[in-house]
Design a protein around this ligand. Structure first.
Ligand code: EPZ
Length: 427
């Protein structure tokens, strides 16, 4: 098992790094290549475990993949299956995004209950409900869900909640449906805008992504295309906080500041200076102890749940008492226990965490919960803690961060990847 060792914390990070392409834009775009038998070229795709799982699913369906660095060719001209292998479904929830395109192209699909992070039950009832409204039939037996029913039909659909995955799955199913689809109360995340741009470059006709109403005119056929994925706003936010928590000066290249507006606002409210220049962001934190904050997570453009664990780490060292309320997921506070092992003073009551700021954190052995942003939060805390910190079980972090250790080293952190044998871990 792999770990990240922070040999010496409390070192201000200084320098600049390039932010990778967005994981959460890449995943639905890779699923979209199933819609039309064609060749597709993607650029700026991050090298991550989740991307590898997505590639494995495409190959299991009969697709062909060629990858060179952050560019990838996906050939879906010879797909020969509509069944997502169970062992891959369990690795990553985003495999569910193949439902819409497989129904859209073949009129059938077979999946099992998805896996992924452990931040709550994360059902797929809204995905099934929306696709059923478009004419698909579903049957569940022995943990498998089978969908069938010929080509989907355009429909006006009102989502119970602006679910990111549901919005994406319905866009993917509607792109080649018979007739027009309107998705109301749609999620507004930037990754959904990138998916719309990708689909439209394939010849689809979609407008409204980024607002709460998306209109899709179904097309008979689409075509292959080439696309560069948008930068990862959550990786960018994570590195801004790496600069803040170590009182350093960090410059990020390849960012879209408007995608981080709510995060930047909170970082400024905490007392830090952030400079926005074109596609760069610089955080200036020398000597600054953060102010306490009141944070509530909401769908975009509200404060993103994917930045909640990282802020909990920062606020562990704030002046005064902060309150974080998690409104998106039912169980996304597991990182609090591990932060307390580093000396944080946090009390979790249901979906609320009360964080009493402390003077210092102290290095320790901690284990990343099975949630990639929680792992990142522990690395941030370790960078600020006195002495040595070891974060174990980092395969979760590697699901969402491309070369985290390399980027931190470039900013002057004393970190290294290490192997921890099971017996050492359980000694
Ligand atoms: C996407 O997950 C992201 N993942 C998540 O990022 C992100 O935290 C989340 O959106 C919210 O922004 C990808 O894009 C691959 P949802 P998704 O559907 O689509 C409930 C990361 O760290 N729900 O908006 O699964 C669900 O349980 C990951 O990169 C239902 O009840 O999120 C959750 O409580 C973590 N029924 C809430 O809605 C459904 O059918 C929001 O889920 C679907 C969802």
């Amino acid at each position: 098992m792999e770990g990240i060792k922070i040999c010496q914390g409390e070192k201000p990070l200084k320098g600049e790094i390039k932010i990778s392409g967005s994981k959460n834009a890449s995943l639905p775009i890779m699923a979209a290549t199933v819609l039309e038998p064609a060749e597709y070229i993607l650029h700026d795709v991050p090298v991550l475990r989740d991307i590898k799982v997505m590639q494995a699913v495409l190959k299991a369906l009969g697709g062909r993949i060629e990858q060179k660095g952050n560019s990838m060719l996906i050939d879906t001209r010879d797909l020969n299956s509509t069944e997502i292998p169970d062992y891959l479904m369990r690795k990553m929830r985003a495999s569910i995004l193949f439902m819409g395109p497989l129904l859209g192209r073949f009129g059938k699909v077979k999946v099992s209950q998805p896996g992924g992070c452990s931040i709550g039950p994360r059902p797929i009832d809204w995905h099934v409900k929306g696709l059923s409204q478009m004419g698909a039939n579903f049957k569940e037996s022995h943990g498998f869900l089978t969908g069938w029913g010929g080509s989907l039909k355009g429909k006006e659909i009102h989502l119970d909640f602006p679910s990111v995955g549901t919005t994406e799955n319905l866009m993917l199913g509607a792109a080649k449906a018979q007739g027009n689809t309107v998705i109301r109360n749609a999620a507004r995340e930037p990754e959904i805008v990138d998916l719309q741009n990708f689909l439209n470059s394939m010849g689809a006709e979609i407008i409204g992504a980024g607002t709460d109403m998306i209109k899709i005119t179904g097309k008979k056929s689409l075509s292959g295309t080439e696309h560069t994925v948008i930068p990862d706003r959550i990786e960018a936010g994570t590195f801004l906080l790496a600069g803040a928590i170590t009182k350093g000066e960090v410059k990020l290249l390849n960012v879209i500041p408007e995608h981080l507006e709510s995060v930047i606002a909170k970082i400024r409210e905490a007392g830090f200076e952030i400079k926005e220049e074109g596609e760069t962001l610089t955080i200036l934190s020398t000597g600054i102890t953060p102010n306490s904050l009141d944070i509530k997570t909401y769908p975009y453009p509200g404060f993103p749940t994917d930045m909640q664990p990282q802020f909990m780490a920062l606020l562990s060292l704030a002046r005064g008492t902060s309150v974080i309320t998690e409104n998106i997921f039912e169980n996304r506070m597991k990182h609090a226990e591990e932060l307390k092992r580093l000396g944080a003073n946090i009390r979790v009551e249901g979906k609320t965490a009360i964080i009493q700021g402390v003077q210092r954190l102290y290095g320790a052995f901690v284990e990343s919960p099975p949630a990639l942003r929680a792992g990142a939060a522990l690395v941030l805390a370790g960078l600020a803690a006195e002495g040595e910190t070891l974060v174990a079980d980092i395969e979760h972090i590697e699901r969402g961060y491309d070369n985290l250790v390399g980027k931190l080293k470039k900013l002057g952190a004393e970190v290294e990847l290490i192997k921890i044998s099971e017996e050492d871990k359980n000694a």
